[in-house]
Structure formats: C-alpha cells, structure tokens
Write a protein that binds this ligand. Structure first.
Ligand SMILES: *[C@@H]1O[C@H](CO)[C@@H](O)[C@H](O)[C@H]1NC(C)=O
Length: 183
C-alpha cells in the first residue's frame, strides 16, 4: 500500500534552480503542542540510536507538510524528479516522508512505518529510504502535519490518517550516505 517515492538531489543544484522562489506563507492552523512533542520524541529517540542529533521543530516546514496532506493524495507533489529519480520540492528545498493508515494510526505509528525500513539498509550499497531520511545527520529541522482523508484507501477500510514530515536541510543526497546514516 505504501507508495514510496524518494528524494535525492543536491541542495545546491536545487537552490540554484529555484533561487528567487519565495517560501509558501505559513498556514494559520498550527500543530498542537502535544503533537509537536510526539513528532519530535518519535524522531529524536530513534535518531539518538543512530548517532544523529535531535531535530528541532520548524513551523515553515509544518506548514509545507500541512499543505501537502490537505490534498489527500498519497503521493509527493509540487516538485521535480532529480537526476537519480529522487524527488524534491519546488517551493521549499525540503525532503519529505509520507505515511497513511486507517484506524488508530497515531503519530508514533506513522514514524515507525518509516523507521521499520532500517533492516533493509545496507551501508555497502546505500539506497534512499524513509529510514535514511529520519536518521540523516545533516537534517536539523522537521515539521509535520496530519489530515484525515476519506479517498486515500478503498471506502471499506475507512478514513485514512495521512501524515507528512518535511526535513531541512534535505537528506537522502546521493554520495553522502556514509557520512549521514549510521546503522
Ligand atoms: C525553516 O525551514 C525553512 C525551509 O523550509 C528554512 O528556509 C528556514 O530557514 C527555517 N527556519 C529557521 C528558523 O531555521
């Protein structure tokens, strides 16, 4: 069910391409303090086990995440495919992780669906994944959002909780895995 699209493009190339494009305005609806805590705790507990410093919350990233999930389309939007088939956003140079689940699919469950990819990572042959973005040492900030969507899965499965997290600076940059991902 997870449709996974990865991101990998040098940040400098991206900035060069999109210099002058303004960041999207922050949305008025902000993530609740308890949700911010849950997103950060789930990321940072896991990052600590992989030698990565704690991420800080960034409301610009959260607004970008909200804009993404508000579409209720389980697919990355508004960006371009880079030279490695990776994906980056046009408006903000963020990397993005998406997750959707039905029932009581909590923040922790969404982030676990990403960190569960850890065993598939082979440092000798690094491949971008949700896991590698979560633990990417070079990413310093995160912002996430949720939206309940009725059209993501077949109606018989019920309403989906759709999550997006945006990371800055973007991780999953080809050539930089050994430096940024510790197993
Ligand atoms: C928040 O993230 C954006 C990237 O979307 C970045 O441009 C901005 O500098 C960050 N804000 C802070 C306070 O670091």
């Amino acid at each position: 069910m997870n449709r996974i699209v990865f991101f990998a493009l040098s940040l400098s190339v991206l900035l060069a391409l999109f210099a002058g494009v303004e960041a999207m305005p922050a949305l008025s609806k902000r993530t609740s303090a308890s949700d911010v805590k849950a997103y950060l705790a789930a990321h940072n507990t896991f990052r600590a086990k992989h030698g990565a410093a704690a991420l800080k919350w960034n409301n610009t990233l959260a607004a970008a995440a909200q804009k993404e999930v508000n579409r209720c389309v389980f697919k990355h939007s508004g960006g371009i495919f880079g030279p490695y088939g990776g994906y980056v956003h046009v408006l903000t140079p963020n990397a993005e992780n998406l997750a959707a689940g039905t029932g009581n699919f909590k923040i922790e469950d969404a982030i676990r669906s990403w960190t569960n990819e850890a065993p598939q990572y082979n440092p000798k042959s690094p491949v971008p994944s949700h896991f590698t973005q979560v633990v990417w040492k070079g990413s310093k900030q995160v912002g996430c959002a949720i939206k309940e969507c009725s059209n993501i899965f077949d109606a018989k499965y019920g309403v989906a909780k759709f999550y997006a997290c945006e990371y800055y600076p973007a991780g999953n940059v080809i050539g930089y895995f050994p430096k940024n991902v510790k197993v």
